[in-house]
Design a binder for this molecule. Structure first.
Ligand code: CA
Length: 225
């Protein structure tokens, strides 16, 4: 299933046109023709992206955005009726991710949607992760245990990152190989065991914690307890 998009737009003809085009691209679209209903949907369902018109009956697009931002960082693209600098600036100030001026070419809207979704996925990839006092910062590629730097090689870091991203989920050796090593790596799954040993030597043993658990016959899991 494609990404879930909420379209809040009171011009029904335009909304239906955009919906058709988005469906054609494989997106799953929910429409709201009014601000209050759009806001309710935005806060009660899990959308990947919101297209939000500024001039709306009920609640204005700006007010809808303000309410959404109190509790959600979902990407929002504002649809502005005119080329108003004020609207763009206040929309961006309120936390909109992007805007597009009507009338727009559907290709431009699609490109902006793809960008916003890509940035969202990237943001998740860049998120700092932690477990048991250990903290991994993907952007600077640093790891700390209770503030003390932990020096890891590239592969050790990537393996730890992969396990932390899937904290609480058992990762098979095959899944770890596929995620951390190149596809053409032919060293076999015991490379995973070797690197798990390196990681334990640098973390579990040094700080006397049980971070990486072995699930016999399956793989490995990081537990935060
Ligand atoms: Ca409107």
């Amino acid at each position: 299933m494609g990404a879930k998009i909420l379209l809040i737009e009171d011009e029904e003809k335009l909304a239906r046109f955009v919906e058709l085009e988005l469906n054609y691209e494989g997106y799953d679209v929910t429409k709201a023709f009014e601000g209050r209903e759009g806001c309710r949907l935005a806060l009660s369902e899990d959308f990947d992206l919101i297209l939000l018109d500024i001039m709306l009956p009920g609640l204005s697009g700006m007010e809808v955005l303000r309410r959404i931002r109190r509790s959600s960082s979902v990407p929002v693209i504002m649809l502005t009726a005119r080329d108003s600098v004020t609207d763009k600036v206040s929309g961006l100030d309120l936390g909109a991710d992007d805007y597009i001026t009507k009338p727009f070419a559907i290709e431009e809207l699609l490109a902006r949607i793809r960008n916003a979704l890509r940035r969202k996925a990237q943001g998740r990839e860049d998120e700092a992760l932690s477990a048991l006092g250990l903290r991994l910062e993907p952007k600077g590629r640093t790891v700390e245990y209770e503030g003390q730097p932990v020096e890891l090689t590239k592969k050790e870091f990537d393996l730890l990152h992969c396990l932390l991203k899937n904290k609480g989920m058992v990762m098979t050796r095959e899944a770890l190989l596929e995620n951390v090593w190149d596809f053409d790596f032919d060293g076999g799954t015991n490379a995973v065991d070797v690197y798990i040993r390196f990681l334990r030597g640098k973390i579990d043993e040094v700080y006397d914690i049980k971070l990486i658990h072995t699930v016999r016959g399956v793989g490995y899991v990081i537990k935060d307890e």
